[in-house]
Design a protein around this ligand. Structure first.
Ligand code: ADP
Length: 426
């Protein structure tokens, strides 16, 4: 069986979120980090492929270009339906990038109609009468109003998207979505006849997303947050199963690399230290003096890997981070730490680590790049939105890895994650 659903996500963590939802709905999913370069194509054994771009806030022309390259790859891999995934708070400006990317994909696919819905009720994102709610408040009253790159001051998605597109934008409202898939399809026909090219779709519950999902069966392109993913796999007969999240059996040593300075990660590091497990602090100020801190971290790890997991961390409380940033400069400190932790990751893998937890989005990006990882098979979920993954290392070995965004995960995440791997995968 080939690839059914081909997804283009406008950022990395959003891609993982979508992939995770598809796995939970029964599809086997591979997430690719950017579009494979020409000549580097390898056949992918999965029901859905999610290509993670970094196109949310780049200039619209660049986002269009990257998205079209992703589309070309997915079509050549046989994808039957394309899913353009954006943020559940519809992060965009009048210049894009949701509208321009959607229209470029429609043109390339030769399709005259698609839907748009960022609804994800499980995460408090609902759309009613075309208006997006974040929890109990309208988008325009949420923190997104003050977002530095994409301030969202209008909660009416029909007008937000209309300002970014040449096509007319209509609405499939809740009276229709709440009814059944046939009613949604009839409304789509009506909007099409009226000359609309895109429709915002209401959804306030998972049942709405399931009805919507059924209604868009066979539509060449859908655009949405990650919520719609719960309603699509059933169109191909997929049902939730543990088999979808199956990974190869893990082996090797265990380690945790933490470069996140978020509150949740600070708590996770404290909890790990409290239980007396082996841990090494990577101090940016010592790195800055030219000391070989990554070498010391690796020597420490080597001595303790046999009774791992071993934690290597730069995570500090906000005051300590501010001190470092004042001394070294914020961006310089960030880069210095990322480079050091990436080197530690390479060294750990050379020393036989094959199960790795990475905390922090930027830190994860640096580690994945350093290890030469280009794709992740998505496995079982550890905490909401955080799955274990399996990646092929350039040498051919498998690395089990989980990439935890800063504020995700419970206090015992650094040990719970390995316990889950033992339970679910071994
Ligand atoms: P999060 O957003 O959860 O904090 P990220 O990895 O996305 O995690 O971002 C953390 C940033 O802070 C990275 O650039 C990292 O290199 C940097 N950093 C980590 N530890 C320190 C530290 N002790 N002092 C200053 N900067 C740090």
């Amino acid at each position: 069986m080939g690839i059914r659903l081909g997804c283009i996500a406008d950022d990395f963590t959003g891609a993982t979120d979508l992939a995770n939802n598809l796995v939970r709905a029964g599809m086997r999913v591979v997430q690719l980090i950017d579009v494979p370069p020409p000549g580097a194509e390898r056949p992918v054994d999965a029901d859905a492929v999610v290509i993670a771009l970094k196109s949310r806030t780049v200039p619209a022309a660049d986002a269009v270009d990257a998205s079209l390259r992703a589309l070309a790859w997915l079509r050549s891999a046989g994808a039957e339906q394309i899913y353009f995934k954006y943020c559940s708070t519809f992060d965009s400006t009048p210049a894009g990038n949701i509208g321009p990317v959607t229209e470029a994909l429609m043109d390339a696919l030769g399709t005259d109609f698609t839907i748009a819905t960022p609804a994800f009720p499980d995460n408090g994102r609902t759309v009613f009468k075309g208006h997006l709610f974040v929890g109990d408040v309208l988008l325009s009253e949420s923190g997104m109003r003050h977002h530095p790159l994409t301030p969202m001051t209008d909660p009416n998605l029909v007008s937000v998207l209309g300002a970014q597109t040449t096509r007319a934008v209509g609405l499939i409202d809740h009276t229709v979505v709440g009814h059944d898939a046939t009613a949604v399809r009839a409304r789509i026909d009506e909007l099409r006849a009226q000359g609309a090219g895109i429709a915002i779709a209401d959804a306030v519950s998972n049942d709405d997303l399931v009805r919507l999902g059924a209604a868009v069966q066979g539509m060449p392109l859908v655009t949405a947050g990650s919520g719609l993913a719960i309603g699509l796999p059933a169109n191909w007969g997929f049902t939730p199963s543990r088999a979808a999240a199956q990974l190869p059996a893990p082996g090797g040593h265990r380690a945790v690399i933490s470069g996140s300075v978020s509150a949740a990660t600070n708590q996770q590091v404290q909890e790990f230290l409290r239980t007396g497990r082996p841990a090494f602090s990577v101090d940016p100020l010592r790195v800055a003096t030219g000391e070989d801190v990554s070498g010391q971290a690796l020597a420490f790890a080597e001595a303790h890997l046999a009774d791992g997991p071993v934690l290597l961390y730069s995570t500090e409380a906000p005051e300590a981070v501010r001190t470092v940033q004042t001394r070294l400069g914020g961006a310089e400190a960030g880069e210095l730490v990322e480079r050091t932790l990436a080197r530690v990751a390479e060294g750990l893998v050379r020393r036989g680590v094959r199960q790795l937890v990475v905390a922090g989005g930027e830190t994860s990006g640096a580690v994945v790049r350093a290890l030469g990882i280009t794709g992740l098979r998505i496995g079982p979920q550890i905490d909401p939105g955080v799955p274990w993954c399996a990646a092929a290392l350039p040498g051919g070995d498998t690395l089990h890895i989980t990439l935890k965004s800063g504020n995700f995960g419970g206090p015992a995440f650094f040990t719970d994650s390995f316990a889950l791997l033992d339970r679910e995968v071994s």
